[in-house]
Design a protein around this ligand. Sequence first.
Ligand SMILES: [Zn+2]
Length: 459
Amino acid sequence: MKKFVNISLSLLILVSVFWVTGNEVSANTILSDIPAGHPVEEQVEFLVNKEIISGYPDGTFRPNNSVTRREAAIVIAKAFNLNGNQRKTSFSDVASSDYASGYIQSAHEAGFISGYGNDTYKPDRYMTRGEMSYLLSKAFNFSASKNYYFIDVNPFSHYYDVINRLANNGVTIGYTDDTFRPDKIVTRGEFAIFTSRSLESSFRIMKEQTNPEKRIIKADWLNVRKGPGTSYDSAGLIKEGTLVSSYFKTGNWAYIKAPGYEGFVYATYLGVPVSALSGKVITVDPGHGDTDPGATANGLVEKEVVLSVGKKLRTYLERAGVKVVMTRSDDSYPSLSDRVGIAEKSNSDSFISIHANKFHSDAAHGTETFYNYYSPQGAEAKKLATYIQNRLYKAIDTSNRGVKHGNFQVIRDNYVPGVLVELGFLSNPNDARKLASNAYREKAAEAIYLGILDYYKNK
Ligand SMILES: [Zn+2]
C-alpha cells in the first residue's frame, strides 16, 4: 500500500512555512502541482488557509491521490475544530497511539462518522464518494429534498438520502452524464472541493433537479422494479392508463412514481409526455348526428367526418392524460342544450365542437374557428380558438379564414370555455378531398390536440 504522510505532520510543516517567511503565502505558491488556474486552486487555498488540509512535505498536493478514511476524519474534525488529542477510541482498529485517534473519536462522538458493524473503523481503507457524502451530510446537517439528481442514485440506493442532501445544498453536481458514482474512491481534489463547498457558500454550485414528465403507462400490468433491470425485485404491477411521473432514464429503464408505486419500468411502455394536459377534462362534441347529417357535398356527410375526427382527437387527448367526455361517440343526436349540459356537468375545462362547412358555390374554402364573445368565458375561449386555428389550417394546409366571434348555442350558452371548429368546406373539391382522407383527419385531430396543448402550456 502506498504510504501516506501524516496530515497533521505535513500541516505542521506547512504552518512553519508561514511562520518562517512571515508573509502571506497562497496555496499555489506552496503546492507546486496546484498552479494558478488549476480547477481546485481556490478551494485548496481556502482549506489550506483555514489549516484544514495541507500538502505533502515535498510541496505537492497530489489532487488525484485517494483519500483514506483516517484522512477524511482528520479533515472533518479540523473543519469543526474538534479535539484532536490522541486518546482511546470506540474502534478496535484505531489505537490511542494512532496519530489520528483523537480526530476519529471526536468525529465519531459528533455523529459525523460511523464504523463497521464489528466496532471497526478501517482507517486505512480508501473512502468512497458515497461514504464521503454520508460524512459531509451528517457533519453539516444538510437538508434533504424530494428532488432527483443522479441517474445512478435512486431512492432505493443505500446513499440516496445523503447524496440528495449534498446536491440539494450545492455541494455536488456529479458528473456531466448525470451520474454521481457513489462507489468510486474519492480523490483529494474532490474531497477538497466538497469540503470547501460545505464550509463556504460562495463555492457552491447547484445542479438542476431532474424534472418529472407526466406519462401514461401503455402496457397492461407493467412490472415496476427496484432497479433498472429484470434482475431486480418487483415493487408492484402498474395498470395500463396509469398516469405516472417519469424522472430519468438509465439505459432502457425509466424511474417513475405514481400513487402507491415507485421504481423502474421498461421505458418503451411509457406514453408521450403529457405535462400541461394531465388531469384536464375536455368535452369533445362532434356536430350533428342521427337524422341531422349536417352539410353534405362531394360524397361526404358532415356528421361522419366530424365523428371520425372527434374520435381521433379523443385518442390524442387520452394519451396525454386528459379525461375526455364525448357528447356523442356514435350516430346519435344529443340536443344542443344536452351537449352544453354534458360539458358543464362533467366540470370540463374546455369544450371543442367539431364541424365542417358548406357553401352554395364551390368557391368558398378554408378553415375557421369560432368562439362566442358574450359567453361566460369568452376571453379564454378566444385564446383557445386562436391556438387551435393556428395549428389547424397549417396542419391540413387550408386557407386561414381566421378566428371569429360566432353566435352558436353550444359555445354561447356554455359556462365551459368553448370553441367551434369548421375544418373546411365539404362543398370545395380541394377541402373535400382532404377531409375524405384518413391521413388528413388524423392531421386535423392532432392539430386540434396540439392547439389545446399550446393553450394550456401558455395558460
Ligand atoms: Zn355543422
